[in-house]
Design a protein around this ligand. Structure first.
Ligand SMILES: NC(=O)c1ccc[n+]([C@@H]2O[C@H](COP(=O)([O-])OP(=O)(O)OC[C@H]3O[C@@H](n4cnc5c(N)ncnc54)[C@H](O)[C@@H]3O)[C@@H](O)[C@H]2O)c1
Ligand SMILES: O=P(O)(O)OC[C@@H](O)[C@@H](O)[C@H](O)[C@H](O)CO
Length: 451
């Protein structure tokens, strides 16, 4: 294998930009998107990123010996292009709380960026911090006495250190696929801080700006073959390359009280009202992914591209987009162009985007990406058939094997005990309150068939 003989990827001494950004939740996406764009925008070498993993230490273990350098492979339908990205200048496991706190507290740090996944925000169904979550409770009760383990706990811990150090204001930029992600961060921090120190909550309200973003670049998990490809393309052994598609988009809205990289020079857009952009991206792209994650797998497909090549799945996606598009009316959204681009992106045969990976945390995703379209269609007097089909496909999976079950045996037992109305009611009680809707979803489940 070529990676064993290629020279290691290492950083030359003195080539690292100073740390001004701290990232929590370093994985594939942050390196395909924000870190890459920061490198492109930062022509003067002023914006180094110190990156922390969220839970597992893997990315830190892989990247730290490389001084944070990594290979980004841009994978078009026609071929691969590789580049070495150097904007990440230090990498730590998320459990390294002393380093985390010191960097968040440093007055040279002016930005925190996040990719902690939707589940990492620890929100309840009402969008507020879920203080009944045992890990959140443990972080609240142990605040100041033991190291925090959740992302909200670590963020508030770091901000407490910043307040104590007398450092100035800071911006937090959520890069996770959640609607109103900036507002969710603001509320999450306020809820957590109020529970541990009302004075700290006031300081956070006055000194921390939560920026909302819509982020877009399809970045599947790296495979062992990708590691070999990176070495072949660059001549360097990289333990942790990232593969992504050519398309990218980043729309941001909010204040940066202590500055930011000139991301607009690399293609980012700053807008007053981000909501239409978020809805377009989350409903059309992520909504279609969520639909295919269940419906595509029910039809035996493993990847987005395979599912989209199936005329039935393609028709269901287009029908869902037609329903969503009726509620995305801002002209700047350029929906025909966006939809055409999405088809081309989904069809990229060289991006193996696994449906099982996309299906993780499906309940939250359906609530945020499918149910708003279903509700809007029904309020307009229509059936919302295509959105209902996405719900039915997920429910068919749950009927066969609930996602929360720890193993196959427990899943089979739990499945045998749950009825469709119970499953739907746990997703959203409103789904069972209208007999016509319940009957239609029941019919769609039967049409789609159990696994
Ligand atoms: N991959 C994409 O195509 C893509 C595109 C747009 C947005 N995003 C957003 O980025 C997120 C991360 O995607 P990725 O491809 O980098 O995934 P990844 O698995 O490569 O990395 C995820 C990171 O989040 C951390 N994490 C996981 N669960 C957590 C939790 N409960 N609390 C705190 N941290 C946690 C992990 O430790 C890791 O550092 C997605 O969930 C999504 O919100 C991803
Ligand atoms: O875990 P999710 O659903 O937020 O993400 C899975 C994919 O839909 C997502 O990663 C997309 O590829 C991405 O949002 C494209 O920008």
């Amino acid at each position: 294998m070529s990676t064993t003989t290629a020279p290691r990827l290492t950083r030359d001494p003195g080539t690292a930009a100073p740390v001004r950004i701290v990232h929590l939740g370093i994985g594939a996406f942050a390196r395909a998107h924000q870190a890459w764009l920061t490198g492109l925008a930062d022509t003067a070498g002023e914006w180094g990123i110190a990156a922390f993993t969220g839970r597992s230490t893997t990315v830190a273990d892989e990247l730290a010996p490389q001084g944070g350098l990594y290979t980004l492979i841009t994978r078009a339908a026609e071929g691969d292009r590789a580049e070495i990205v150097d904007s990440i200048v230090a990498v730590y496991p998320g459990s390294d709380i002393p380093t985390w706190s010191a960097l968040v507290a440093a007055d040279t740090t002016v930005l925190i960026t996040l990719t902690i996944t939707e589940a990492g925000y620890r929100l309840g169904a009402d969008g507020a911090l879920d203080t009944s979550d045992p890990a959140v409770r443990a972080d609240i009760e142990g605040f100041g006495h033991r190291d925090p383990e959740t992302a909200p706990g670590r963020l508030v811990h770091g901000l407490a250190a910043r307040r104590a150090a007398g450092a100035g204001p800071i911006a937090i930029v959520s890069c996770d696929n959640l609607p109103g992600n900036g507002e969710l961060v603001r509320a999450m921090l306020a809820d957590f801080a109020a529970a541990v120190d009302p004075g700290l909550a006031e300081w956070i309200a006055a000194h921390v700006s939560s920026v909302s973003t819509s982020i877009d670049r399809i970045t599947p998990r790296t495979t062992p073959e990708d590691v070999e490809t990176a070495a072949e393309l660059t001549g360097f052994a990289d333990a942790s390359p990232v593969v992504t598609e050519p398309f990218f988009d980043w729309v941001l809205s909010g204040d940066f009280p202590a500055g930011r990289p000139a991301w607009e020079h690399a293609g980012a857009r700053f807008v007053e009202d981000i909501e239409p952009f978020e809805a377009r991206k989350l409903w059309l792209l992520n909504g279609a992914h969520t639909l295919l994650a269940s419906a595509g797998r029910l039809r035996g497909h493993e990847t987005v591209a395979e599912a989209l090549a199936d005329p039935a799945c393609r028709g269901w996606v287009e029908a869902f987009w037609d329903e969503a598009a009726r509620h995305l009316t801002a002209p700047e959204l350029e929906l025909p162009r966006y939809r055409a681009q999405l088809i081309e992106r989904f069809e990229n045969p060289r991006i193996r985007h696994n449906l099982a990976q996309i299906a993780l945390d499906n309940v939250t995703k359906i609530r945020l990406r499918i149910l708003p379209v279903l509700r809007a269609e029904r309020e307009a007097g229509r059936t919302g058939e295509a959105a209902a089909r996405a719900v039915a496909a997920w429910a068919a999976f749950e009927l066969a094997a609930p996602a929360a079950a720890p193993d196959a045996e427990a899943a089979a037992e739990a499945a045998a005990e749950r009825t469709l109305p119970e499953i739907l009611s746990a997703l959203d009680p409103a789904l069972t309150e209208e007999p016509a809707l319940l009957a239609r979803i029941t019919g769609l489940v039967a049409e789609l068939g159990a696994r």
